[in-house]
Design a protein around this ligand. Structure first.
Ligand SMILES: *[C@@H]1O[C@H](CO)[C@@H](O)[C@H](O)[C@H]1NC(C)=O
Ligand SMILES: *[C@@H]1O[C@H](CO)[C@@H](O)[C@H](O)[C@H]1NC(C)=O
Ligand SMILES: *[C@@H]1O[C@H](CO)[C@@H](O)[C@H](O)[C@H]1NC(C)=O
Ligand SMILES: *[C@@H]1O[C@H](CO)[C@@H](O)[C@H](O)[C@H]1NC(C)=O
Ligand SMILES: *[C@@H]1O[C@H](CO)[C@@H](O)[C@H](O)[C@H]1NC(C)=O
Ligand SMILES: *[C@@H]1O[C@H](CO)[C@@H](O)[C@H](O)[C@H]1NC(C)=O
Ligand SMILES: *[C@@H]1O[C@H](CO)[C@@H](O)[C@H](O)[C@H]1NC(C)=O
Ligand SMILES: *[C@@H]1O[C@H](CO)[C@@H](O)[C@H](O)[C@H]1NC(C)=O
Length: 557
């Protein structure tokens, strides 16, 4: 107990530091940014990456927030500010953007000499260059780094620090003994992120939705979204009265707004066209590995007794865990227990587990349903892959439910009566020590301004705070987003860049509450399996062990 409280305090300090650092980082960027704007204007002539003028970006605005929420929103937006070098509309050619094939990383020698030991930190310098092999002079590329050992099935996520001058550091904790190989990947060059940022402001309606309205023999389908472009057509306002979450449809001509009966995905307008597509090329500059200039691996010796561990000065926090022999070990939470199939039912006996969110939380429902012999899915006649779902184990009195989150939601046709916001669902729970609430919100929010996500989490958090207030024993677990496989099209709605920011915002917003996180971001990043929207079974099994360890902690935790 004592160590845990201490850890939490330490984390608050770290988070505060990070928030301040991010702010300073943001301010510093702006200066650097202006300097580079001049430089680039004077030294380059080539085509503009930006082809669309920044028009009509304000058609998607949100209701003003109350004082405290508005302040939080501003601080959160500042904390995820991304270096925007060069700012639009600076002219840049593809040749001047980062090219993984011309970029390298170098393992830095251990400061103070000697060999690395378990508990030390390893620093790697990453130098980005453009397609002509010229070193980049500004930052803002999105890089991911991981350290791994295939034989030991060990892996840990690295932390990347942007020096804003074309070089980056990756810092790794060294939790295991033996070989450790460094992997660095360019997810997006800076200029691609500028494009993603722009399309979220200008075209948050590029994924569009529809609803069928029907009354008697009359029926009509109209377009629906978070924000609809103003036309002559009147709107139906389906904004949730309780949570304030916005939703609109164009009003059908001959039917009332009340006649809306279902919701489905209309389609996606992929809007990155022409030269800008060159910024999102698989095997060129979209999730491509960067090679080492020298050795790519080191050997880590056993922990040294009575020797100070070597800690990097450029990062202040560490990873949340690591894989060793294929199992996830937590570095900042309770010990992760390994649950055999036969251990799961005794852990969940007498409990109700409510899962809310997207298909990445649905994976946990599917997992339990598949492995627990006495847990039987009850047929609710729900659309395939949509839910809602319910599974019951009569003998052990276990109930597991899954329900998708409210719109925006890319989904097969579902009745509007099944559209529920997580906050409202949580408000309907009694809670208590036998209640587990597990949710995630991320994958469907990519195309929208961050304000939408912040507001969604604010309403969910209000409901969670009230739940924990009326029933303090309730176990609340939140799954973060994770990196996934990207193509030009996927990147426009589901880029890892969106998911990274959601994970950061989520962490900050639930900090200090008695809720638990599944760090899906690191659990996918640290694993050797490829990044996928729906992580593969070995990763899901590890996540399930983390979840169950929160529900049934090891004795002495
Ligand atoms: C820039 O423009 C000049 C002349 O307009 C041309 O000779 C040169 O090749 C261009 N540079 C690049 C990198 O396209
Ligand atoms: C690039 O953008 C700037 C500012 O919008 C514009 O003045 C210039 O003509 C553009 N250049 C090209 C080659 O399109
Ligand atoms: C911008 O909005 C106006 C009306 O609000 C519309 O006439 C115009 O076509 C829009 N432009 C674009 C590029 O969407
Ligand atoms: C970039 O900045 C870092 C940190 O200040 C420094 O170590 C590195 O040498 C710089 N790189 C270049 C190319 O100036
Ligand atoms: C939609 O309804 C909500 C509350 O029900 C209201 O606050 C909001 O102003 C309405 N929006 C529009 C565009 O009418
Ligand atoms: C609405 O009703 C009018 C008159 O009954 C009819 O002419 C029109 O086609 C209908 N429109 C739609 C979209 O159903
Ligand atoms: C793409 O770049 C080429 C030259 O690099 C230019 O001729 C062409 O107009 C550009 N296309 C678009 C859509 O910007
Ligand atoms: C889990 O099952 C395996 C074999 O099925 C067994 O060797 C192991 O001891 C079990 N672990 C626990 C914690 O019960």
């Amino acid at each position: 107990m004592k160590t845990r409280a201490c850890t939490r305090r330490e984390f608050s300090v770290i988070f505060l530091f990070l928030a301040v650092a991010a702010l300073i980082f943001g301010l510093r960027n702006m200066e650097v940014l202006e300097q580079f704007q001049h430089k680039i204007h004077s030294t380059t002539n080539v085509t503009n990456i930006s082809t669309d003028p920044d028009v009509n970006h304000s058609f998607c605005t949100f209701q003003p927030l109350s004082g405290e929420d508005a302040l939080e929103e501003r601080l959160l937006l500042d904390s995820i500010a991304w270096p925007e070098n060069p700012p639009l509309p600076a002219p840049v050619s593809l040749e001047q953007t980062s090219d993984p094939a011309h970029s390298t990383f170098t393992i830095l020698p251990r400061r103070g000499g000697g060999q690395w030991h378990v508990g030390d930190q390893l620093e790697v310098m990453i130098e980005m260059s453009d397609f002509h092999g010229r070193p980049k002079k500004y930052g803002g590329d999105f890089l991911l780094a991981r350290l791994h050992n295939l034989k030991l099935v060990a892996g840990v996520a690295g932390q990347v620090v942007d020096h804003l001058n074309g070089s980056y550091s990756a810092v790794f904790s060294l939790p295991w003994e033996g070989d450790a190989q460094v992997k660095v990947m360019l997810v997006h060059p800076n200029e691609a992120i500028t494009v993603l940022n722009r399309i979220n402001r200008e075209q948050p309606d590029r994924v569009f939705f529809k609803s069928l309205f029907r009354s008697g023999s009359l029926s009509e389908t109209t377009i629906c979204d978070i924000c609809l472009r103003p036309t002559q057509q009147p709107l139906c306002n389906f904004t949730d009265r309780h949570t304030g979450d916005p939703w609109f449809c164009y009003k059908p001509k001959n039917l009332s707004c009340n006649a809306r009966i279902n919701h489905f995905t209309g389609g996606v307008n992929y809007i990155i066209k022409g030269n800008e597509t060159k910024l999102f090329q698989s095997r060129v500059n979209l999730k491509v590995e960067i090679r080492a200039s020298g050795p790519a691996s080191i050997t880590v010796l056993p922990k040294q007794k009575d020797q100070p561990q070597l800690k990097s000065s450029i990062v202040t926090s560490g990873p949340s865990g690591y894989y060793y022999q294929g199992t996830w070990r937590s570095l900042n939470g309770p010990t992760v227990r390994q649950f055999n199939i036969s251990d799961i039912s005794p852990c969940l006996k007498g409990k109700v587990v409510h899962m809310y969110g997207d298909s990445t939380v649905r994976q946990f429902f599917e997992y339990l349903n598949a492995v627990l012999p006495d847990l039987k899915e009850f047929n609710l006649h729900s659309p395939k892959r949509a839910g809602p779902y319910m599974a019951l184990d009569y003998a052990n009195n276990i109930r597991v439910t899954y329900r998708f989150h409210g719109p925006p939601l890319r989904i097969v046709t579902v009745p509007t009566r099944e559209l529920r916001y997580i906050a409202n669902e949580i408000d309907g729970l009694i809670g208590g020590t036998n209640t587990v609430v597990l949710f995630c919100v991320w994958a469907h929010f990519g195309p929208y301004p961050m304000e939408l996500y912040i507001r969604r989490l604010q309403s969910i958090r209000r409901a969670v705070v009230q739940l924990l207030d009326r029933a303090p024993g309730t176990v609340v677990i939140i799954r973060t987003g994770n990196p996934q496989g990207l193509t030009l099209n996927f990147a426009q709605t589901k880029s890892d860049w969106f998911s990274l920011r959601f994970s950061k915002v989520l962490r900050l917003m639930f900090k200090g509450l008695n809720v638990h996180l599944i760090d899906a971001w690191e659990m996918v990043l640290a694993h050797y399996l490829p990044h996928m929207l729906h992580p593969q079974p070995p990763i899901i099994k590890n996540m399930m062990n983390v979840i169950l360890s929160y529900v049934c902690p090891a004795k002495g935790n």
